[in-house]
Each structure stands twice: as C-alpha cells, then as structure tokens.
Design a protein. Structure first.
Length: 207
C-alpha cells in the first residue's frame, strides 16, 4: 500500500447518509475524468465512506436505493486531495439527480475560511435536475502533499418518489487568478508554436 493511498484512507472525511423517513438500502459509486475515488464502504446503517484525489474536472456518482419512497435525506461529505498542478481557490459542484430534489445545506470544513453558495435545481433537462454548489476559499487548497492540500466539503439533499435514484457530482477545481492567467498564457504560447510549425511546413517545399 503506497503512502498516497494510506493517507487518503486514513485522512478521509466521508460521504455519509442520514435517514429521513426512508432508509438507504444500497449505494453504488463510480468516477471518471480527472478524479479518482476509492470504492465506497457501505453498511446496513446507511453509512457510506468515499474519498479521493483530483487533478482536473471529474465526475463522481452512482445509484442510491431506499426502503420506500418517503423522503430520504442524504448528507454527502467528501474529502478530495489536490493532485493537480495548481492551488484551488474555488470548487464548483454541479449535483444532478433523476428526480426533483432540494439542496438543504452546504458547508466546507477544511481548509479554513471556505464558504458555500447554493443554486437550487431548476427545470429538468432530459429528465435530469441539476443544482450547483460553489465553494469559495478561504485558505487555498495547496497541491498535495503540502499543508492544506485536502478539501473537505459537504452538502445535504432531500428528495422522494422512488426507491432508486441516480446522483452525480460534476466537480471542477478553479485555480488562483494569477495561476489561471499563467496557464492561459502557456496555452497561447504552445498554440502559437504549433501554428508556426504548421506554417513552416506549408512553406517548406520538401514537406
């Protein structure tokens, strides 16, 4: 077991499920893109443990099953290590479900000074409802393994009407403005070099 994996498991703050009227009977979880999450640990009490690390935009989600259709409430808490090339000063989470839902609350507990803004789901698109939580720092989330390289955030959602629900998080870390400018400038420079090579190739009769 490498040090990174041990740190993630030992330091994890988890995705937990608390129960309203219905009880949670099962959870499946997956990831894609620039985020990696370990398989959730779920037990019959409805508790789920998930942690991960992230290098860029990513998607996390799966299926939640419940004992009946009456108003379960999920409290979702994630611990994400910054495995990217830049510090984060903002973290955007688009939460999507296949049923109407309400984001009851949201918070960020580490690093210090982060706050959360909530935009409730609007009208569905192709049967999917999406709300947004915008987490803003605070102390920037440094690149792992520096101090403050772990973002701990949570939110609570309520919903009803079925016994099987899809829930997806589209998660996007945002760099510091100065870093963002440098990244954009680097992209322009690389693009300019590539364009110059193509033009040189067009002028060279040997090509």
């Amino acid at each position: 077991m490498n040090a990174k994996f041990f740190f993630l498991v030992a330091a994890a703050s988890f995705l937990g499920v608390t129960v309203g009227k219905a009880s949670v009977t099962g959870v499946s979880w997956d990831y894609s893109g620039g985020i990696i999450c370990y398989a959730p640990l779920w037990d019959s009490s409805g508790d789920v443990a998930v942690d991960g690390y992230q290098s860029g935009m990513g998607v996390v989600g799966g299926t939640i099953t419940t004992s009946d259709t009456t108003d379960p409430i999920l409290t979702i808490a994630n611990t994400i290590d910054n495995d990217s090339l830049f510090a984060w000063t903002e973290y955007i989470v688009n939460v999507s479900m296949n049923t109407s839902f309400t984001i009851l609350s949201a918070d960020a507990t580490a690093p210090p000074g982060w706050a959360a803004g909530i935009t409730q789901p609007g009208a569905p698109v192709a049967g999917i409802y999406t709300g947004t939580i915008d987490y803003v720092g605070g102390i920037p989330v440094a690149v792992y393994p520096a101090a403050n390289s772990e973002l701990d955030f949570d939110y609570k959602v309520s919903f009803s009407g079925s016994t099987s629900y899809s829930l997806t998080e589209n998660v996007m870390p945002v760099p510091e403005p100065a870093t963002f400018s440098l990244l954009a400038l680097g992209g322009l420079v690389l693009g300019g070099k590539a364009l110059g090579r193509r033009r040189q190739g067009q002028r060279d009769p040997a090509v």
